[in-house]
Design a protein around this ligand. Structure first.
Ligand SMILES: NC(=O)c1ccc[n+]([C@@H]2O[C@H](COP(=O)([O-])OP(=O)(O)OC[C@H]3O[C@@H](n4cnc5c(N)ncnc54)[C@H](OP(=O)(O)O)[C@@H]3O)[C@@H](O)[C@H]2O)c1
Length: 387
């Protein structure tokens, strides 16, 4: 019986994690669940999985939830609750599936408490990769990637000497606007951007996929997870989303991991690692797929990728600033306050204004995150970003 805490259980990754766990009721036990505000789904999950602790983001939602649950389940709220779930004494593996920089502190808390991590929350590695990886090494905990690309790389590297890794090739679907012109991109709406061709995901990552910032964040995530310099991490557009990523070894051999575009596969591998369990999820039929294509990304039209490489290479607090500015710009785009192509414009301006701080502490990272949010808000007030 593996005991698991799921942070962000009501989200896209969280719900699929719950589905997998429900499929193997004799092999997993859920000890803690957390959500933002979705008390109804959280209560339903709690009824089914009987955790010891459930957490929501604000005290009002916590009060509402308390009334929905039996007395033997503890209810907590806010950061205190999230950190308690992350470090729950019964948990062996913590799935971090909250979205955004909100994932940084619970990831660190879970590592501090010696838990293995199933990591979906890429933003924590982007903003605090050096700290997260150093702590994981110190505490002898495993960071098991859930992002499909990083799971693919992780799977390709099983049984390989890490010294033999020459290059990582991350694949990108290219998002819904892969074939658009600049003129078309100027006019896209949140509704169009939320329609991803291959994956059904949360709103923030869906917009990140459309701008290619998602791939940029994944490049930084890969840098920290697999310890390669940015020059050895390449991105290829692969619209079919069947080859989830590839590794090139020092002798020139290239290994790839393939599968249907279904997050349950990489989530399950993180939950069962180092074992593999027979699973009922759909299988890949290459005959049905027919052809697989690959192309270089267009970094002129999708500048977020280049912004992420730049911030990653500069290091220090730059990636935290990139991430926070992106979160603010994406939220503003979703609220129709700025245009799609304003997202990279806002991020570039915030990065330009930032005084980078090398080898930052966690407090310096969180301060840079706050500074970047205020700065992005201030920039978006300017007339050029209105309407
Ligand atoms: N979705 C995918 O296929 C996919 C693939 C690869 C990587 N990822 C990564 O996985 C993470 C989660 O993505 P997602 O698509 O599952 O996101 P999502 O559907 O938006 O779910 C986010 C989860 O975080 C919770 N949450 C939101 N704001 C919170 C707050 N302030 N405090 C505490 N909890 C909060 C949400 O609760 P409520 O439901 O109550 O709002 C929900 O449980 C992201 O970092 C993303 O980049 C996702």
């Amino acid at each position: 019986m593996k005991r698991i805490a799921i942070l962000g259980s009501t989200g896209s990754i969280g719900r699929q994690t719950v589905e997998i766990i429900a499929h193997y009721p004799d092999r997993f036990q859920v000890v803690a669940l957390t959500a933002g505000r979705n008390t109804h789904l959280l209560a339903q999950q709690a009824e089914e999985l009987k955790p010891e602790l459930v957490v929501v983001d604000d005290p009002d939602s916590a009060r509402e939830l308390r009334g929905m649950l039996s007395n033997n389940i503890d209810v907590m709220a806010g950061t205190e609750g999230l950190l308690a779930a992350a470090a729950h004494p019964q948990a062996e593996l913590v799935v971090v599936a909250v979205v955004g920089a909100r994932g940084i502190l619970p990831t660190l808390a879970a590592i501090d408490a010696g838990k293995d991590i199933g990591l979906a929350n890429k933003e924590s590695l982007v903003a605090a990769g050096e700290l997260v990886m150093a702590k994981a090494k110190e505490q002898h905990v495993r960071i098991l990637p859930i992002d499909s690309e990083h799971s693919a790389v992780f799977q390709c590297l099983q049984g390989q000497d890490p010294a033999h890794l020459a290059k990582i090739i991350l694949t990108a679907s290219g998002g819904p606007f892969r074939t658009y012109t600049r003129e078309q991109l100027e006019l896209v709406t949140p509704k169009e951007a939320l329609r991803h061709p291959n994956w059904d995901m949360g709103a923030k990552i869906t917009i990140d996929s459309a701008t290619l910032m998602n791939k940029g964040l994944e490049v930084i995530e890969a840098h920290w997870l697999f310890g390669l310099p940015y020059e050895q991490i390449q991105v290829l557009v692969h619209p079919q989303s069947i080859v989830h990523s590839l590794v090139e070894l020092v002798d020139g051999s290239v290994l790839a991991q393939l599968g249907p575009a279904d997050m349950r596969l990489p989530i399950q591998f993180a939950l069962t690692f180092p074992e593999r369990w027979p699973a009922p999820w759909p299988r890949l039929s290459l005959a049905d797929v027919g052809s697989l294509t690959f192309a270089k990304p267009d970094v002129e039209l999708f500048p977020c990728l280049a912004l992420a490489y730049g911030a990653g290479k500069e290091g220090g607090t730059m990636p935290a600033v990139l991430n926070a500015a992106n979160e603010e710009a994406v939220a503003a785009f979703l609220q129709e306050k700025i245009a799609f192509l304003d997202i990279p414009r806002v991020i570039a301006k915030v990065l330009d204004k930032h005084n980078n701080k090398g080898r930052p502490t966690i407090d310096e990272i969180l301060a840079a995150d706050r500074w970047a949010r205020t700065s992005a808000q201030h920039i978006m007030e300017q007339p050029q970003f209105k309407g």
